[in-house]
Design a protein around this ligand. Structure first.
Ligand code: G3P
Length: 358
């Protein structure tokens, strides 16, 4: 497994030193302690670590292989004065068309992120197209076209689509055209099985939002890692993929605590927010591999499921958590996209008018 999230070494060592040097430690012990492997370094031996953020400075700092964004992360980044010029550039480029400005903004951030990563960036299609196969595939092609105009080829982009039946159909079509997809808001086995059969490049099964749902329904403060339903869901999907030889990569996403990440060490990729990267970099210790194709072989076998639309919808609907979380996830991404639109409109209105020629 390629592994490339070179943590800023000096900073990591300084942090490790600061947190770990006990009072008794003399210079020799301090050197040994400061050289201890961090959990992040150790994790990188098992999984490809990806940064989940729209914060370009954080990407530059962590220098991951890949990076992922979503509408909520883009909204946070666009509101940050450090990135205001990117927003203004997108507005200017779109010439008054709000929808075009939103696409331009996603691509401007993606292109900027790509200056700091050797791999791919994930750019999400408008959540309002979550139930529109044609609309979401056309939007994906437009995003790829915008990247191409900036000299960035499709091999560096993952088009992020909600894992609805309609978008899984769109992804199937796009993959055949050489446009790679990352299926997001994935909470269930039904979604994962359908994505694998559609031949998508990558899925992002969520951990934290599944954990949130169960915590709320059980009315508990925490669920221990050994019983974490988000970790269990990703493990089950990973084992199913490996046992049936699917090429689709599994990227665990949406984490609430480092324990959830460490419990999935070995998953093909893990996309992690900067605050949790920071924590993993500051914690010393070896991380044992939890997921592997060999381990998958000894797990309870799940028969291959080739779902058609009816059986997909039935199986998905059987899962109350996944049904709730997919709907809520689409609503949340849409709400944040609308907030971003408002910001774009207000900035466009405040921009100095371009004088008419002549
Ligand atoms: O990559 C998906 C991730 O950004 C969602 O995370 O924390 O909003 O559940 P979260």
């Amino acid at each position: 497994m390629p592994n490339s999230l070179p943590c800023p070494d000096k900073e990591r060592k300084a942090l490790t030193f600061k947190f770990l040097t006990p009072l008794w430690a003399g210079p020799a012990e301090a050197v040994i302690i400061s050289r201890m492997t961090s959990r992040l370094d150790s994790l990188k031996e098992h999984s490809l670590v990806v940064a989940d953020t729209g914060d370009i400075d954080a990407v530059e700092r962590w220098k991951p292989q890949d990076a992922t964004t979503n509408p909520s992360l883009l909204l946070a980044a666009a509101q940050d004065p450090r990135f205001r010029s990117l927003v203004e550039r997108s507005i200017a480029e779109a010439g008054g068309d709000v929808a075009a400005a939103m696409d331009a903004l996603a691509v401007q951030f993606g292109a900027e992120i790509l200056k700091h990563v050797p791999g791919r960036v994930s750019t999400e299609v408008d959540a309002r197209l979550s139930f529109d196969t044609q609309g979401s595939s056309e939007r994906a092609r437009r995003l790829i076209g915008r990247y191409e105009k900036l000299g960035i080829g499709p091999e560096r982009i993952l088009i992020k689509l909600a894992a609805t039946w309609e978008c899984i159909r769109a992804a199937r079509m796009l993959e055949r055209e050489g446009i790679h997809c990352n299926m997001t808001l994935l909470f269930s086995f039904a979604q994962a099985a359908a994505c694998a059969e559609a031949g998508v490049t990558l899925i992002s099964p969520f951990v934290g939002r599944i954990y949130d749902w169960h915590k709320q329904h059980r009315q508990v403060e925490d669920i221990p890692i050994e019983e974490d339903p988000g970790v269990e869901s990703v493990t089950r999907i990973y084992n199913y993929y490996k046992n049936h030889g699917f090429a689709t990569q599994v990227m665990g996403a949406s984490f609430r605590k480092t324990g959830q990440i460490l419990a999935l060490a070995g998953c093909d990729l893990l996309t992690i927010a900067p605050d949790l990267l920071e924590k993993l970099a500051a914690e010393p210790g070896e991380v044992p591999r939890r997921l592997s194709p060999a381990q998958a072989k000894v797990s309870a076998a799940i028969e291959r499921r080739r779902l058609d639309e009816t059986s997909f919808r039935w199986l998905f609907n059987e899962d109350a958590m996944a049904s709730d979380k997919l709907s809520e996830g689409i609503r949340r991404f849409d709400a944040d996209a609308r907030k971003l639109e408002k910001l774009v409109v207000s900035l466009a209105a405040a921009a100095p008018a371009v004088p008419e020629p002549g």
